[in-house]
Design a binder for this molecule. Structure first.
Ligand code: MG
Ligand code: MG
Length: 249
């Protein structure tokens, strides 16, 4: 693997990108009401990027046609915003990214639209808790796969499943850099973590089985069993003082 250690200047740029991603989260969350379309949410995110003079890392990524991904219900990740109209009881994953002076940030969350079932609420809470358990492992001297081990423990204790085919990643001057960051224990500890490593950690958690299926649009990934899925992600730097989450206001 590459061992990229970002300087304080580079991390400062990613922090600025991260703040814009956090604003995209705040604005899209407020707009995600019953009756809104996922294209409406993309328009809100486009406005934030323009007002903050940031570039999109999602738009045109291998031809992706929008600045956010919107993945409702049984969709795990990479949904394309469009005519889908949100309804009471849906859950929706929103993934956002931004580039500032060539440096990337990437973060996602899942929310309920109006009231959702207790199981959906638990699925979202456990997924977010698993992200924070993974983040807490991002300390100088720990191993890369301590992150996924911690994520997996939280998820499986709750009776849910960790997606295997899609994983987190290092991030910096590109959105997806090496190494990959699995959300499960892949069988070996991996490299030591060092100050200056920056990763996007992003558990994708299914209520049922871990299996996935790619839809015919070539992007949308859904659960193989049709049950619901949640996704939480932050961009985080390993620092001498512990993990610093960059995708916060
Ligand atoms: Mg993302
Ligand atoms: Mg990511």
């Amino acid at each position: 693997m590459e061992d990229v250690r970002r300087s304080a200047d580079e991390i400062a740029k990613m922090r600025r990108a991260g703040r814009i991603v956090a604003e995209m989260h705040e604005r899209t969350r407020a707009a995600a009401r019953p009756g809104a379309t996922t294209a409406d949410l993309d328009a809100v995110a486009v406005e934030v990027l323009a007002r903050r003079h940031a570039r999109s890392n999602f738009l045109n990524y291998h031809g992706f046609p929008a600045v956010i991904c919107t993945s409702p219900n049984d969709m795990i990740v990479h949904g394309i915003p469009g005519g889908y109209r949100l309804a009471e009881g849906d859950i929706l994953s929103i993934d956002c990214g931004a580039i500032v002076e060539g440096y990337h940030a990437d973060a996602a969350f899942t929310m309920g639209i109006g009231d959702v079932t207790a199981e959906d609420e638990a699925l979202m809470q456990v997924t977010e808790q698993s992200l924070w358990a993974g983040i807490d492992q991002m300390r100088d001297g720990n191993r890369l796969n301590d992150i996924g081990r911690a994520v997996q423990a939280v998820v499986e204790k709750a009776g849910f499943s960790v997606v295997r085919e899609y994983v987190g990643h290092a991030i910096g001057t590109a959105m997806h850099e090496e190494p990959q960051v699995p959300n499960y224990w892949p069988g070996s500890p991996g490299p030591k973590l060092k100050s200056g490593n920056v990763f996007a950690v992003e558990p994708m958690v299914n209520a049922g089985g871990a299996g996935t299926r790619l839809l015919g649009d070539g992007w949308s990934v859904v659960t193989a069993d049709g049950r619901r899925s949640a996704h939480f992600e932050h961009t985080i730097a390993v620092t001498e003082d512990g993990p610093e989450v960059l995708t916060v206001p």
